[in-house]
Design a protein around this ligand. Structure first.
Ligand SMILES: [Zn+2]
Ligand SMILES: [Zn+2]
Length: 330
């Protein structure tokens, strides 16, 4: 009885990963009735029904752009941003034209971008395929991939929370990411002009060394966990791009993944794009957000209070004093 080849294992894996990612969210979250958080914060638009009809989804995407334009105008009025003459014009497909403000940022692809995406994908699938090929059965690799996806969801939220709330372009190492995430709130439509490779290549570059290290030095199942965790960050950033892309510009399979709850839903991300940008940080599937955002967990408020007590630094979300009050009461 020969052991299965990596290729066969990879093919066998594909239909398994999808329900796994979907299944890792706590089943109780699904059953929990949608209700407003019991914090004394502005009414938060909690997720509408999971699958809005196409026309409603287009309106949701546009609503994030409109909210950003209003936010930009308010910032200019308060003198927190340089004067802007007018909102950017719309292109032939109806989208606002992109706004690039970061040094060196570009919507153009360079050869290294698709190469990094391809290499990242190859390494992640190799790590997962090896775990299935080398193990005695599918259970341990399945568990490794499922836990990697769950940890990846949480990491996507933690990175988003950190870069939204702390740092600036002058911050060492992650300054570009801080400025990119914070600037994204003011021009969210710009991400929709990026290619997948342009959108995720920096994450792919950052994940390369740890993924190779995991492949070289960890046993197959832990390596699959690490590879899934890291590759989830590429997927999260790509799924994020889809939520800002008008539905008619997405492929049917992309909308299908959103409808199935495998990719971050537009309705889920709309709930984040409102000042003070204090919740709905996870951007892989978004299925942990209700659990992390609501009482009694209030995960991000607890983290913010912890950071504040350690170094006295206040997050951007505390520009709304009600958010600060909630955090400091914990
Ligand atoms: Zn954000
Ligand atoms: Zn966004």
């Amino acid at each position: 009885m020969g052991s299965p080849t990596p290729c066969r294992c990879l093919l066998r894996l594909l239909p398994l990963v999808v329900p796994l990612i979907e299944a890792y969210a706590l089943p109780t979250l699904r059953a929990r009735p949608t209700r407003a958080p019991r914090m004394s914060l502005p009414a938060s638009p909690l997720p509408p029904p999971p699958t809005p009809p196409p026309e409603a989804r287009g309106a949701l995407v546009a609503s994030m752009d409109e909210a950003a334009l209003a936010l930009g105008e308010a910032a200019h009025a308060l003198g927190e941003a340089p004067p802007r003459r007018a909102p950017p014009p719309r292109g032939p497909d109806g989208r606002l034209l992109p706004v690039l403000t970061l040094p060196g940022d570009s919507l153009d692809d360079t050869p290294i971008m698709p190469a990094l995406l391809a290499l990242s994908s190859l390494l992640a699938f190799a790590a997962v395929g090896r775990a299935f090929a080398c193990g005695a059965g599918p259970l341990a690799p399945l568990l490794g991939v499922a836990l990697g996806g769950l940890a990846g969801e949480l990491l996507s939220g933690a990175f988003h929370w950190a870069t939204d709330n702390y740092g600036s372009l002058r911050t060492p190492v992650v300054g570009f990411a801080c400025a990119a995430f914070q600037g994204h709130h003011l021009a969210p439509w710009t991400i929709s002009y990026r290619s997948a490779a342009n959108n995720v290549h920096k994450i792919g570059a950052a994940a390369l060394a740890p993924t190779v290290g995991a492949l070289l030095w960890l046993p197959p199942v832990p390596a699959a966990f690490v590879a899934t965790l890291l590759y989830s960050q590429l997927l999260a950033q790509e799924f994020h791009r889809w939520t800002h892309t008008p539905p008619h510009l997405l492929a049917a399979w992309q909308r299908g993944l959103q409808d199935a709850g495998i990719a971050l839903g537009v309705n889920e991300h709309v709930a984040h794009h409102k000042p003070p940008f204090d919740k709905h940080y996870c951007i892989l599937t978004g299925r942990l957000n209700a659990f992390l955002d609501e009482k009694p967990v209030l995960f991000w408020r607890r983290l913010e209070a912890l950071v504040y007590r350690i170094n006295g630094q206040e997050p951007n979300s505390w520009k709304d004093p009600r958010v600060k009050e909630v955090a400091l009461r914990l």
